[in-house]
Structure formats: structure tokens, C-alpha cells
Design a protein. Structure first.
Length: 207
């Protein structure tokens, strides 16, 4: 150590000690960045898997919705068929028109609560007309069962639509996390590569 070094308090490191210090520094950075990289990569892979599953599930829900919409219309169409065959020939035109109007309301794309209300009105009118026409109880029961099936289809449809909203919100949150995480993932990968190259260089000097 020279006089200048003593006066300023600066200690000049031997080359071997300097190299060891630099090697140690790069190893510490590598350990830190690799750990962060692995955790982030695991999380990003998890999110990407969830997003993929979500897309598949949404596709299945769309298919199920179409089936339910068609089933619901089929049930009401079957009710109309039964009425036209078994009831309408036995009742007056005013009663027929009233029932047809109530069926028309039921067939519209309405909320389950509203459908329940319309179904109650239809059932009251239908039972009154059935009594006047002395309609067989088996026909009355068939009509009632098909109305219930149509209502059940609409309720399931509503639940699917609510699930779709939740999935959409979740998808947006995950997409945002991915958009933030991917640049960080790329940066960490670059840092790791840089420190690996630097470490390799300094380790050759330590030999």
C-alpha cells in the first residue's frame, strides 16, 4: 500500500480478491433473478392455463345457451300444438285469442321472474278454459309439464349468462396480469443471460 492510499484510507484489492468479489456479486444477482424468474414464469404459466380453460368453458356455455334457447321454444311450440289440437276446437275465439296472446308473451326472450308471472296468468286462463271444454286431465298435465320445462330452461340460461359475466371479469383481470408480467419476464430473462455471460468471463480470470 503506498503513502497516498494510507492518507485517503483507500485499500487497493489484490487482483484475485477483486475477481472473487465480482464473481460473488454476479452469483448473488443470478440467484436472486433466477428465483424471481421461476416464480414469475410459474405464475404466468398458471394464468395462461386458466385463460385457456376459461375460453374452452365459455365456448361450451355458448353451445349450451343455444341448446336451451331452442329447447325453450320447442316446449312452447308443443304447448301451442296441444292447445290447437285438444282445446281450441272446443272453446270460443275470444278465449283462444287470449291464450295465444299469453303464449306469445311466454315465448319472448324474458327474465325468469317475468316468465313466472306470465306463466301464472296463462295457467289461470288455461285451466278456466279447460274446465269449460271438459278437457282431459292428462292433457292439462302435459301442458303444465311443458311450461315448467320451458321455465327451467330459461332459469338455467340466466345462470349461464351470470357465469359468463363473472368469467369475463376474471378474464380481464388475468389478461391485465399477463400484460404486466410478460415484459418483466422478458427483462429478467435478459438480466439472467447478462449475468451468466459476465460470470463466465470473470470465472475464467479467477483460474
Amino acid at each position: 500500500m503506498n503513502e497516498s492510499s494510507e492518507n485517503t484510507g483507500i485499500r487497493t484489492l489484490p487482483s484475485g480478491e477483486l475477481v472473487a468479489g465480482v464473481v460473488g456479486k454476479h452469483r448473488r444477482f443470478l440467484e436472486e433473478y433466477r428465483k424471481e424468474f421461476e416464480e414469475l414464469e410459474s405464475r404466468l404459466n398458471e394464468i395462461e392455463g386458466e385463460v385457456k380453460n376459461s375460453k374452452n368453458f365459455r365456448s361450451q356455455m355458448l353451445e349450451r345457451k343455444e341448446v336451451l334457447k331452442e329447447k325453450r321454444q320447442q316446449f312452447y311450440h308443443q304447448v301451442e300444438g296441444l292447445l290447437e289440437k285438444e282445446l281450441f276446437p272446443k272453446i270460443d275465439q275470444i278465449s283462444t285469442d287470449k291464450l295465444l296472446e299469453e303464449i306469445k308473451k311466454l315465448k319472448a326472450q324474458i327474465e325468469p321472474g317475468e316468465e313466472q308471472e306470465f306463466a301464472g296468468a296463462f295457467t289461470g286462463s288455461f285451466r278456466e278454459a279447460s274446465r269449460k271444454a271438459d278437457l282431459e286431465e292428462s292433457i292439462v298435465q302435459q301442458v303444465g309439464a311443458k311450461i315448467e320445462e320451458a321455465k327451467n330452461s330459461n332459469q338455467e340460461l340466466k345462470k349461464i349468462e351470470e357465469s359468463e359475466k363473472q368469467l369475463e371479469e376474471s378474464h380481464g383481470s388475468k389478461s391485465e396480469e399477463l400484460s404486466k408480467g410478460k415484459p418483466q419476464h422478458k427483462l429478467l430473462k435478459s438480466k439472467i443471460k447478462s449475468h451468466e455471460e459476465a460470470l463466465k468471463y470473470w470465472e475464467t480470470l479467477a483460474v
